[in-house]
Design a protein around this ligand. Structure first.
Ligand code: PLP
Length: 472
């Protein structure tokens, strides 16, 4: 950051007061690969984080789009404490009633026909589990050649070797390339690339048919599943395709006997204004992955819910070859159950829709900035596409350290954003902007939404002036 200020003492002064990453020394020296920002958390309450210096921040992305209930809800503490008094943990093969209760509660809110749930500890584990279920399903169903999993370019499904191979993010995959399975990838729905002569529905069918062409080229006999998030990923993060896209994807998956895996790790548990993203489209997947909002990150939890047809093959044949020590951990289950109860009791799905409308009603203010090329999404999930210029639609070159500067300014202005916390690690997307996630806890109030937008607006203005963006 300080290199940017060469020859400009005033700017250097301003930057000197901004939070910056800490060196891995002192108390941090034995923590592998950890360079936290110079903002140490003391406590958290509702949508707010408080640091050890007494500063207050809005948790503007709800952690990594995960803290759906806000922080420190006493009902969560009570539920986990109550379970802890009985037992915290049992071996997964012993009967553990909180596990059954959580699976039943998920079945109640999941799309129709998806009823049986396998519990894990997080999103990457959930995706790995879903892929293994798909594979073993086809073996059990007498089609053992079906093993390939198709994913979208630039998608993100996790950080294990298996999930990274699906993710199709060239920059993060590169160092691990020789160790990753080469799965086929397909383009996703894109409003940006839509030809002017087609309407959204016509273009949606075109995009979906790329999947059909790919299945045809790979050989349907070899394709086990297509994994996809309910909204776009990478450069298209937050783009909500028309229902027509999903209807066509469902038609293709049925015709070629390919399982549809909806990765609802981010979109699940109310974030989009429905329990799950796919419920907006009226299209049910065969397998659904969940994490993050399922426990609002009070405790580590993830889940995979499968259709009755898939469940039947496992019931009638070989049980699933899988298992993690902490799958169905009783404390995590108690947390998950309580989250579902609170979402219902507090009417958080309807509240999310209402607060989402308030957030999106102010998007023109954000779009007025020369660095905001798009503001899109649903529910309480807004993605700003950040660019250097709207004409080129490209992000700043890494040397400009625009990410780090944005991060420091946002923190100074009392906002914690997920994306920018990665600062130097994020790279501009191919010929597109970088996504910035505005996804506060679903419990946020109207005045807190307005405060968030005010602070974001101010941060953008300061950032643009410091970077010397034309037209500011
Ligand atoms: N799938 C999606 C769509 C995600 O966004 C993420 C994480 O951001 C994951 C899977 C991996 O989840 P986790 O970080 O809990 O392993």
């Amino acid at each position: 950051l300080h290199a940017m200020t060469k020859g400009d003492p005033a700017m250097s002064d301003r930057l000197a007061n901004l939070p910056a990453p800490l060196e891995a020394e002192g108390v941090w020296k034995n923590v592998f690969s950890y360079h936290p920002m110079d903002v140490e958390l003391a406590r958290a309450e509702g949508v707010h984080l408080f640091d050890t210096k007494g500063n207050r921040y809005i948790d503007a992305s709800g952690g990594p789009m995960a803290v759906n209930l806000g922080h420190n809800d006493p009902r969560m503490r009570a539920a986990v404490e109550a379970q802890m008094r009985d037992f915290a943990y049992v071996h997964p093969v012993l009967a553990n009633r909180p596990r059954a209760a959580l699976c039943n509660a998920i079945a109640e809110v999941a799309p129709e026909g998806l009823n049986a749930t396998y519990l894990v500890s997080g999103g990457s584990e959930a995706v790995e589990t879903a892929v293994k279920i798909a594979r073993q399903y086809w073996v059990g169903a007498g089609k053992p050649e079906k093993h390939k999993v198709i994913a979208c370019y630039e998608s993100y499904h996790g950080m294990t070797l298996g999930t990274m191979a699906l993710s199709g993010n060239a920059a993060t995959m590169r160092p691990f390339d020789p160790m990753l399975q080469k799965w086929p990838h397909v383009r996703q729905y894109s409003d940006h690339l839509k030809p002017a002569h087609l309407d959204r529905d016509e273009w949606a069918v075109e995009c979906a048919r790329d999947l059909e062409r790919l299945i045809h080229c790979e050989g349907a006999h070899s394709v086990a599943a297509f994994i996809v998030t309910p909204h776009g990923c990478g450069s298209e993060y937050g783009v909500v395709a028309p229902a027509r896209y999903w209807e066509e994807v469902r038609r293709i998956c049925d015709e070629y006997e390919v399982l549809l895996i909806a990765d609802e790790v981010v979109t699940g548990f109310g974030r989009t204004g429905e329990w799950f993203g796919m419920q907006h489209f009226g299209v049910a997947p065969d397998i659904m992955t969940m994490a993050k909002g399922i426990s609002s990150c009070f405790l580590p939890l993830g889940a995979v819910t499968v259709s009755d047809a898939i469940n039947e093959v496992f019931r009638a044949g070989t049980p699933f070859i899988h298992g993690f020590t902490n799958g169905g951990n009783a404390l995590s289950c108690a947390a998950g159950l309580q989250v579902i109860d609170i979402i219902k009791e507090d009417g958080l799905i309807a509240h999310c829709r209402e607060m989402g409308e308030r957030l999106f009603a102010q998007k023109e203010r954000l779009l007025a900035h020369p660095t905001v090329a798009d503001a899109r999404g649903w529910g309480l999930f807004m993605v700003l596409e950040m660019v250097e210029s709207k004409a080129s639609r490209e992000y700043f070159a890494p040397e400009k350290q625009a990410e780090q500067l944005f991060q420091s300014l946002a923190l100074k202005n009392g906002l914690v954003f997920y994306s920018t916390l990665y600062g130097a690690r994020r790279r501009p997307l191919f010929r597109r902007g970088l996504p910035l996630w505005v996804s506060p806890p679903l419990t946020i109030s109207a005045s807190e939404i307005d405060e968030l937008v005010d602070r974001l607006d101010r941060t953008l203005g300061e950032w643009e002036r410091m970077l010397g963006v034309a037209g500011v």
